[in-house]
Design a protein around this ligand. Structure first.
Ligand SMILES: Cc1cc2nc3c(=O)[nH]c(=O)nc-3n(C[C@H](O)[C@H](O)[C@H](O)COP(=O)(O)O)c2cc1C
Length: 186
């Protein structure tokens, strides 16, 4: 069975470190047989959640597009920055809009969470916070997560960790997630 994934980095920055890491992860996932739809977070631009706006105009186009792309996949490869030890507001806003859609776009999907930051924890604290709404909304979030410290120095231009052990671990986490996804979605 071929696992299909939606992949994006939850950063809007042109030179995002998380986008670079995501691209390496996508390359590895493809080498391991996954079919990956790579998106830019900007493709899902949407206003701040406002219940009145939802009543007046319905679900914004950007949120509908994210839901459509997620629904077309088995799982999600998501690289997210850590902002103030937590989820970037932009990503939480997108999760909140999608949580208003029925059927729930996250339900039954799997996810592998990645992060990198300029700091020494690599954004890992933010991923622990990110798991909570995703799991609450019915996602199978893979227990292992990947965080790369000092991302501004630790990646080559393609996003691959320069340290051999860190690169092997990235490959192992993706391999483990894909094995689980085959069992889950097959
Ligand atoms: C609002 C804001 C909050 C941040 N908070 C943290 C933090 O809590 N921990 C951390 O390691 N880095 C933090 N950073 C630094 C980011 O990890 C760094 O800017 C990173 O490059 C952002 O990801 P990106 O390159 O994919 O955009 C913060 C950056 C911003 C803009």
């Amino acid at each position: 069975m071929t696992v299909t994934l939606l992949a994006f980095a939850a950063s809007l920055r042109t030179s995002s470190l998380n986008r670079r890491l995501l691209h390496a992860a996508v390359e590895i996932a493809r080498q391991k047989g996954a079919q990956v739809d790579v998106a830019e977070f900007h493709e899902f631009d949407m206003p701040l959640y406002d219940g009145d706006l939802q009543v007046r105009e319905g679900i914004p186009v950007g949120a509908q597009e994210l839901a459509r792309r997620l629904q077309a996949a088995d799982g999600l490869l998501l690289a997210s920055p850590e902002y103030n030890f937590s989820i970037p507001g932009t990503l939480k806003n997108a999760i909140d809009w999608l949580s208003r859609i029925r059927p729930l776009p996250f339900k039954g999907k799997s996810a592998l969470l990645l992060s990198t930051s300029t700091g020494l924890v690599g954004g890992n604290r933010g991923l622990w916070v990110l798991r909570v709404p995703l799991e609450m909304l019915g996602m199978h979030v893979y227990p292992d997560m990947y965080s790369l410290a000092s991302g501004d120095k630790a990646m080559d231009p393609g996003g691959f960790p320069v340290d051999a052990a860190a690169r092997l671990r990235l490959e192992a986490v993706i391999g483990g997630y894909l094995d689980t996804a085959v069992r889950l979605h097959g």
